[in-house]
Structure formats: structure tokens, C-alpha cells
Write a protein that binds this ligand. Structure first.
Ligand SMILES: [Zn+2]
Length: 347
């Protein structure tokens, strides 16, 4: 039996699956994303504004560490599945060029400049390697086997360290002129807002991602609005993490629920803007933040109903969690790789 390996590179974790031709996950694994070291060689870690100095550099030593971790994870999951691995796909956060090089990745500095295609071909020993944007992969996974299966127009939003987007139009993944479509996390929602690692201020992902929740929680903690959560975190407002807030909200803590409401409002704001542009029939929310489930979905749906233009004149647009859960990106990466094998006929 042949199978493909799908890899999903996140800001904090690496996920992997082995997918057979029927879409069954034969094996799955995970590893921590190696801690970021220096940016790509020759580019210093200056502050905001450094974006203009970027472009065209080579991967740094941290890139090699990242690749090594990915290769080890791929070989580990492949070894756990009794199948011949015919292709490997990888989804990475940021702008990926057609050669499989990650050009720009605010949430994965170590990956900038890395030629994932060549590195994985050499490391895993499989000739067919497909490299794509992680959220685009998640959309492909959801379209093929998940919540978007059988649908024609869908917006997939991945809420992780940052925010990624995948857009399905007429049953096809929207790629754009350069393959860069769907970079929704860096749409600015407040020009005077907090600095983003991309070099701008007030990007949507500063408010509505996992790191956005961390920022909202920190502000609430320092502002004395979630003292019960601060106690849960050991008494130090600076120690409050998103998981403290979600745990407290899950147990009915109203102050923590208010932070989740704030998060949901920001998620809904961006989703409503995108629904105005794209007119999808369904919005799928994925990524690590969705481990909180209804704690995210419920306030997001409520605010979306208030923020969407002319909501009463439209058929209802559902907002659901990814059907494949946190594996959506890895499954989609495997699907992407399967489609690139020369011996596989596309349907
Ligand atoms: Zn940004």
C-alpha cells in the first residue's frame, strides 16, 4: 500500500500524518517547533521596519535545525505506518514561492529562506515533495475530507500563533497571481494598534489568533479585570496564558468569558469583512486555538451576526470548526503531495 506524508509547520508545533489513498490517517505525530534562533543569514533582528531589508536571503542555521526536526518527524510517522511513502507534502506559514522556498514568514523566522522542497527531498529520500502555504493546505484538507467536503465556496481560517486563510471558489482553491492568496492574518484592522512581526501595526492576527488571545489576556490581567485567572496562573499577571483564560471560561468564570467574548468579536470582525468580499456558503475555523471549541465558536457566531453587513438579507452563513480538527493542515499537505505524483491521475 502506498501513502503520503503530510507535514504542518506551525509557530509552536509541527504536526504530521500518514494518509492512505482513501483518506484514512494511518499514523500521526507531533513535535515542538525548534525555538527560533537568528533570522536568515545576513539579516539582523532589528525591530519593526526591518521588513524593508528582507528579501532574497539564504536560510540561517535555525533553518537547518527546523528542517532536521521536520525530517525526523516525517521519518518517525512514516516508520509508524506500514506503507510505502510515495510523496511528502508540507504546509508552512507564510509566502511560498513556486520552487518551494518560504519567502516571508513573520511567525516562523527560522523558516525564511528555507528551500523546503530540496531539504525534504534530501532528508526523507522521497522524490515527490510538495510545499504550500499551511492554511491553503488546511483548506484543501477540509475541502477533500472535512467540513467543506462537497461545497463550492468556503472560507477556511486557521487560528494558531497567527492567522492563515484558505479560500475555496467554485470548488477550487484560490491561489492568486503568485500563489500568495489568503494572507488574511496581516489585513490591518487598526492602524494604531500593536506592532506585528510582519512590520505593520494592528494586523488582524494581533487580536484574533492564539497570540492575540495571549495579548488580550495580558491586557485584562494587568488591567485588573481577570483577578481570578491571575490567581489560577499563580498570582503574576505576566504569567497569564491563553490556556488559563480558556480553563477559567470553561468553568464559568464570567471575567474569563468576557475575554473570550472580546476574542470572538475580533475573530468575527475579520470574518465578516472577508464574507463581504467572498460571499462563501460556509466559514471553517481551524488551528490550535480551536481546541477551545465552543468557547471560541459561540462568541464568534454571536458577534458575526451583528457585524455582517445586511445579515438579514443573506442566507445564513455557518461558522463551524474544522472537521479534521488540528490535523486539517497536515492532511491537506498530504493531499497536495498526492496530487503532484506523476503516476497519479487527477480527477
Ligand atoms: Zn502583520
Amino acid at each position: 500500500m502506498t501513502a503520503t506524508v503530510g507535514l504542518d509547520v506551525g509557530g509552536t508545533k509541527l504536526l504530521a500524518v500518514v494518509l492512505d489513498d482513501s483518506g484514512a490517517v494511518l499514523a500521526a505525530g507531533r513535535a515542538d517547533t525548534p525555538r527560533a534562533g537568528p533570522r536568515r543569514a545576513g539579516v539582523s533582528q532589528a525591530g519593526p521596519g526591518r521588513a524593508g531589508a528582507r528579501g532574497g536571503g539564504e536560510a540561517g542555521p535555525a533553518g537547518a535545525v527546523l528542517v532536521q526536526a521536520l525530517v525526523e518527524l516525517a521519518l518517525r510517522v512514516a516508520g509508524g505506518a506500514s506503507a510505502d511513502i510515495s510523496a511528502v507534502g508540507v504546509g508552512v506559514p507564510g509566502l511560498v514561492d513556486p520552487r518551494g522556498v518560504l519567502r516571508f514568514a513573520p511567525n516562523l523566522p527560522a523558516g525564511e529562506g528555507v528551500d523546503f522542497s530540496s531539504a525534504l527531498r534530501a532528508g526523507v529520500g522521497v522524490s515527490t515533495i510538495a510545499v504550500g502555504n499551511d492554511a491553503t493546505c488546511a483548506a484543501l484538507g477540509e475541502l477533500t475530507y472535512g467540513a467543506a467536503s462537497g461545497l463550492s465556496d468556503v472560507l477556511v481560517v486557521t487560528l494558531g500563533t497567527g492567522i492563515g486563510g484558505g479560500v475555496v471558489v467554485n470548488g477550487e482553491i484560490l491561489r492568486g497571481a503568485n500563489g500568495f492568496a489568503g494572507e488574511i492574518g496581516h489585513v490591518v484592522v487598526d492602524p494604531g494598534g500593536p506592532a506585528c512581526s510582519c512590520g505593520q501595526r494592528g494586523c488582524w492576527e494581533r487580536y484574533a489568533s492564539g497570540s492575540g488571545l495571549a495579548r488580550l489576556a495580558r491586557e485584562a490581567a494587568l488591567g485588573g479585570r481577570i483577578d481570578s485567572v491571575v490567581r489560577l496562573a499563580g498570582g503574576d499577571p505576566e504569567a497569564v496564558r491563553p490556556e488559563h483564560v480558556t480553563a477559567a471560561a470553561a468553568s464559568g468564570d464570567q471575567a474569563a468569558e468576557a475575554v473570550m467574548d472580546e476574542l470572538g468579536w475580533w475573530i468575527a470582525l475579520g470574518v465578516a469583512n472577508l464574507v463581504s468580499v467572498l460571499d462563501p456558503e460556509l466559514v471553517v475555523l481551524g488551528g490550535g486555538l480551536m481546541a477551545a471549541g465552543d468557547l471560541v465558536l459561540t462568541p464568534t457566531r454571536r458577534a458575526f451576526g451583528e457585524l455582517l453587513q445586511a445579515a438579514h438579507e443573506r442566507p445564513a452563513v455557518g461558522i463551524v470548526a474544522a472537521g479534521l480538527g488540528e490535523n486539517a493542515g497536515a492532511v491537506g499537505a498530504a493531499v497536495m503531495a498526492r496530487a503532484e505524483q506523476p503516476e497519479v491521475h487527477r480527477q
